[in-house]
Every structure is written in C-alpha cells, then in structure tokens.
Design a protein around this ligand. Structure first.
Ligand code: NI
Length: 136
C-alpha cells in the first residue's frame, strides 16, 4: 500500500523577475510589476508530499519530524527572509519565478528522500497562483 504524506511549510522572500539580456522596456512589458528594480516580497506557501510504502514496524511512510527537519534545512533556512536573486546561489543566474523556485526546492529535498519514495512539491506564490513539480 503506497500512501502520500504531506507537510506544509512557509517562507517569506523577496525577488525580482527580469532577463539580463533584455532592455528595461522589454522586461517591464513581460514581467510587469515583478520587474521593478527594487524587488518585492511574497509569502510563499509550500506543500511537500512523499509517497511510499507504509513501514510495517512503525506504521509510517516517513517520520514527519524527519520531513519537517529536511524542509527547514533545505528551504526555510536558506530562503526565509532572503532576497532570492541576491542571497540564493541558484537564482544569481536563473530567474526566480515560481516555476524555477519549485524545481530548485524539489532538487534540494529529493537528495534527502529515500530513492524508493516519490516526491511532489507544490509552491504557492500567492493564495491564487501556485505551481507543482514531481520530477521530470
Ligand atoms: Ni513576484
């Protein structure tokens, strides 16, 4: 029996969307307010889900305390109250859209999840806009 277990998390971060190789006009045309040079913030919400077999000894798919610690180390500590463009290595060269952020988060958490389990990450940039990634 494979069961999906999920944990919610949260971080606040600033970002700016722009393409270095475009003019300011082109950036503001494509990214609108998100291209403002002085950055803006979002309250990001995250749902991290792990799917796997129920361990017959514990009755768990995964100890949620372990998942909580992984999310804290890989997402909350590096991203919370940070400027994603400036403070996070991956986004020095990649536009910090919700799409790119969810893939970065997925890759960071994936390294810590046993290979026989599936990982899905949903990232809310606003209460109405969200993206999800579960691997290629
Ligand atoms: Ni934004």
């Amino acid at each position: 029996m494979r069961v999906k277990v999920s944990r919610k998390a949260h971080f606040n971060a600033a970002h700016r969307l722009y393409n270095k190789s475009w003019s300011d006009e082109q950036n503001s045309e494509v990214f609108g307010k998100c291209a403002f040079p002085n950055y803006h913030g979002h309250n990001y919400e995250l749902i991290v889900s792990v799917t796997g077999e129920i361990d017959p000894d514990t009755g768990y798919v995964m100890d949620m305390k372990v998942l909580k610690d992984i999310i804290r180390e890989e997402v909350e500590e590096p991203f919370d109250h940070k400027n994603l463009n400036v403070d996070v290595e991956e986004f020095k060269t990649m536009n910090p859209t919700a799409e790119n952020i969810v893939v970065v988060i997925w890759k960071k958490i994936r390294k810590k999840i046993p290979e026989n389990m599936e990982l899905d990450v949903v990232l809310y940039e606003t209460p109405r806009n969200f993206v999800s990634y579960g691997g290629e």
